[in-house]
Design a protein around this ligand. Structure first.
Ligand code: GDP
Length: 433
């Protein structure tokens, strides 16, 4: 479907407007300017036509020393849209930020509707007229909060939105792959983030007044766009006070839950700690895909290397499916190997096995290696299915209880037959009498 981007400064009422367009409350509305939202894409329809609404979040284009990366984010958003709703706050008027965005909009050549929001009454409508001066055509006065004129607005949107997307929808893959960079303090998270982001490749979603809010960054790695979630906590060194561990762990948990992939950093130059193992376990327990990074490899000599491998083997027994990338954030050594591991994990996390293939496979497996007889009974596999992915979940129907060893055996064989490198898989067994 065609893509409609909603563009505007923080706090002009974009989320409220999106909720109006969608006819339900999904976009998170907050009074704090520039609170970044989790999801940026919504499916919408009006008069039987489907379209995609992209909430570009809020940005504040800094006037002094214009933040180019922020401008770039706006530019990307506009380029990838088929049409743009540019929202301004009629009660505030046109700010210099608005003017910057207007320049981008004009040069894009995309159809734009100028929306004057917070026009709650007829009298205020006259106030909105000065917005003609922006040169984007007639401002459409709405009150997203009260729903005033939003049907009218949608009719206009339909008039400028092409039947099919002209952008190929590719651009809004931007940030569709979400990754949490996690690990205990000092393992090198911020060093790696800086290394991956490079100088000009980062689009920092940094917004005024949100110093405590998690901030995401878009980073392109070998042509694939990733959203690194909650990077503010990584960039901003948090002071260690009592209870900091607890909050650090909460932050980690939050980041993991927002992400598809957990990148867990370890400091290979130091002994593996309980905290390291716990973070890895958090990723697995959350059912996210996983890549383990052994950082500071520049400090690792042959002896330490052997020791480190032993530590990993001992502590991470059930995680042979996880890829490990040895690298140095400091020197940049092997950081270019990261993205392919990330892609593998992410793609396998989405893997779906058809019911036919799954049952063929399990049928053959069970006849070659039947479940051992227990107490005179031998449970048989009746049928299996994969109800969902992300991570792949399997349900196996049997005639009796399947013991732990056999379940592991099935998991291992499933992993051999189909590629689940980098992703946990879940197998549940239902006994049918
Ligand atoms: P964070 O707390 O996980 O974000 O860790 P930082 O990125 O702040 O790194 C902690 C310390 O480790 C800093 O002094 C870094 O310079 C150092 N460091 C990070 N990566 C490497 C690496 O690959 N090799 C070496 N030798 N030092 C590193």
């Amino acid at each position: 479907p065609p893509v409609l981007a909603i563009v505007g400064r923080p706090n002009v009422g974009k989320s409220t407007l999106i909720n109006r367009i969608l006819g339900k409350r999904v976009a998170v509305v907050q009074d704090t300017p520039g609170v970044t939202r989790d999801r940026v894409r919504y499916e919408a329809s009006w008069n039987g036509r489907d379209f995609t609404v992209v909430d570009t979040g809020g940005w504040e284009v800094k006037v002094e020393g214009l933040d180019l990366s922020v401008a770039r984010q706006a530019e990307v958003a506009i380029n990838e849209a088929d049409a743009v709703l540019f929202v301004v706050d009629a009660t505030v008027g046109v700010t210099s930020t608005d003017e910057e965005v207007v320049k981008l909009l004009r040069s894009s050549g995309k159809p734009v509707i100028l929306v004057a929001n917070k026009v709650d009454s007829q009298i205020q409508e006259a106030d909105a007229a000065y917005l003609w001066a922006l040169g984007l055509g007639e401002p459409v006065a709405v009150s997203a909060l009260h729903g005033r004129a939003s049907g009218d607005l949608l009719d206009r949107v339909m008039a400028i939105l092409p039947e099919h997307s002209q952008t190929g929808g590719r651009g809004f893959d931007l940030g569709n792959r979400r990754v949490a960079l996690v690990g205990r303090p000092n393992v090198g998270k911020s060093s790696l983030l800086n290394r991956l982001a490079g100088e000009d490749r980062v689009v920092v979603n940094e917004v005024a007044g949100t110093t405590r809010d998690p901030v995401d960054e878009f980073i392109e790695l070998d042509g694939e766009a990733w959203t690194f979630v909650d990077t503010a906590g990584i960039r901003r060194r948090v002071h260690q006070t009592s209870g900091a561990d607890f909050y650090a762990s909460l932050r980690t948990q939050n980041a993991i839950e927002k992400a598809d992939l957990g990148l867990v950093l370890l400091d290979a130059s130091e002994p593996l700690t309980e905290q390291d193992v716990r973070v890895i376990q958090q990723v697995v327990d959350a059912g996210r895909s996983l890549v383990i990074i052994a950082n500071k490899w520049d400090l690792v000599d042959v002896d330490r290397q052997k020791e480190f491998n032993r530590e990993l083997e001992r502590e991470l027994v059930q995680l042979s499916w996880a890829q490990r990338v040895n690298l140095s954030a400091l020197t940049g050594w092997h950081t270019n190997r990261l993205s392919s591991a990330m892609n593998v994990a992410y793609e396998n996390w989405h893997r779906r096995i058809t019911t036919a293939k799954l049952n063929n496979f399990l049928g053959e497996l069970a006849s070659a290696h039947p479940h051992p007889v227990r107490g005179g009974k031998q449970p048989r596999i009746l049928f299996a299915t994969q109800p969902s992915a992300c991570p792949p979940r399997f349900v196996i129907f049997t005639t009796g209880f399947i013991d732990h060893g056999y379940r592991r055996f099935i998991e291992n064989r499933l992993r051999e037959a189909f590629d689940f490198t980098g992703t946990p898989i879940e197998i549940s067994v239902r006994v049918r009498e």
